[in-house]
Design a protein around this ligand. Structure first.
Ligand code: NAD
Ligand code: MG
Length: 388
């Protein structure tokens, strides 16, 4: 029997974090959990840490540390708090680290994990959007293996013949189209946060659910794909596929197209990264093509979903543009979820912020974080004009 793999989960209380814990709890002999981190969900973190027998549990918000200590009393699990403690957990030397913090907040922890030189399963797409080149360079320098968790990128990873990238002509990311796929612009104007987070196929955290409704998620994924796979920016396409059965496709120069299919359950791509380079059994629903009957495809509509076009522009422009777009979108989505701006304002605020900021290309993580702060301040100002 091989020794258990040591694992750390950054963002353990979120949707991806909980799916990862579910898989680990089903195979207790195969994994040893070193550290679990969360922002401030003490109850969720303590319960998870006890369930999988983690060595330590860390809250990013140090104000939540006393409550965490209390919740872990008698368990033998170390309780820690603060951003530095999250960074230390990320760099704790686990064989495998899940990077599943949402937003730019995940950038420094994900970098710390990459610098450790082991395997990093990456769900935190925002960090790759903002600092893609720096992250892939860090992985190269440390020898870390970066495995994509995002279902589309995981699908491409499974279909991409890494040893002959020149044989790949195109990568096609599929998109469900989100809950507003068939809605008019006029209808979308009045959509509420509850309607936007009600995704037809996937159950996910609030921020990415809103991103799926605007198609910003697919835009961020274009940029994510560009950093993960060595093709020109224009070789990445998006096709709307409402059933979310085909998770993405790779087209080769000879006309062959390889795709990965499966039920829309994040535990499948997570399991792929958790067991890599092996495969592990999961309790996920099996794909039943006869029951599904037929698969549909359509072109994305950039008039109703301008966020996708914005991300495409930011990818072509490069430099600081993706980091600015990502920061502006995070501000706008948070305001939409609070009820202070309308659904269509998310893309408008992102577009205006992108036009207002023109910093040079970031050369370090600190510079990315500086651009991120600056873009958030600009987006905050722009947002005021949209508030109701
Ligand atoms: P979520 O909101 O459900 O969970 C986010 C996690 O990050 C939580 O554990 C939270 O405590 C932690 N966190 C939030 N702010 C933090 C901070 N400032 N410092 C430290 N920790 C913080 O999000 P999710 O849906 O699990 O998504 C996580 C990431 O994975 C996102 O980047 C998302 O785009 C990506 N992703 C998610 C899915 C999905 O199915 N949910 C699919 C593909 C990619
Ligand atoms: Mg995805």
């Amino acid at each position: 029997m091989t020794a258990p793999r040591s694992v750390t989960i950054l963002g353990a209380t979120g949707s991806v974090g909980r799916s990862t814990l579910d898989l680990i709890a089903r195979h207790p002999e195969a994994y040893r959990v070193i550290a679990l981190t969360a922002n401030r969900d003490v109850a969720g973190l303590a319960e998870a840490a006890r369930r999988v027998g983690a060595s330590r549990a860390v809250v990013a918000d140090s104000a939540a540390l006393p409550a965490l200590r209390e919740a872990l009393q008698g368990s033998g699990i170390a309780a820690e708090g603060g951003e530095e403690a999250v960074l230390a957990a990320a760099g704790s030397g686990a064989d495998w680290t899940m990077a599943a913090i949402v937003g730019t907040a995940g950038l420094r922890p994900t970098m710390a994990a990459l610098r450790g030189g082991r395997t990093v399963a990456l769900a935190n797409k925002e960090s790759l959007v903002s600092a893609g080149a720096l992250m892939t360079e860090a992985a190269k320098a440390s020898g870390a293996t970066l495995l994509p968790v995002d279902s589309e990128h995981n699908a491409v990873f499974q279909c991409f013949e890494a040893e002959r990238p020149q044989a790949v002509r195109r990568i096609i990311l599929t998109a469900s189209g989100g809950p507003f796929r068939t809605r008019s612009l006029e209808e979308m104007r009045g959509m509420t946060p509850a309607q936007a987070v009600a995704h037809p196929n996937w159950s996910m955290g609030a921020k990415i659910s809103v991103d799926s409704a605007t198609l910003m998620n697919k835009g961020l994924e274009l940029i994510e794909a560009y950093h993960l796979f060595p093709l020109e920016a224009d070789a990445f396409d998006v096709v709307i596929h409402p059933q979310s059965v085909i998770h993405s496709l790779v087209e080769y120069v000879d006309g062959s197209v390889l795709a990965q299919l499966g039920a829309p359950d994040m535990r499948i791509p997570i399991a792929y990264t958790l067991a890599w380079p092996e495969r592990m059994a999961t309790p996920c629903e099996r794909l039943d093509l006869v029951r599904i009957g037929s698969l549909a495809f359509e072109a994305p509509d950039l008039t109703r979903f301008p966020a996708l076009g914005l991300a495409r522009d930011a990818l072509r422009e490069g430099g600081a543009a993706p980091a600015i777009l990502n920061a502006a979108n995070e501000i706008a989505v948070a305001s939409f979820l609070e009820g202070s701006i309308g659904f269509l304002d998310i893309a408008s605020i992102s577009a205006e912020t992108l036009r207002c900021c023109t910093p040079p290309s970031p050369a370090s993580v600190e510079e990315v974080l500086e651009i991120d702060r600056e873009a958030r301040a600009v987006a905050d100002g722009v947002k005021r004009r949209y508030m109701r």
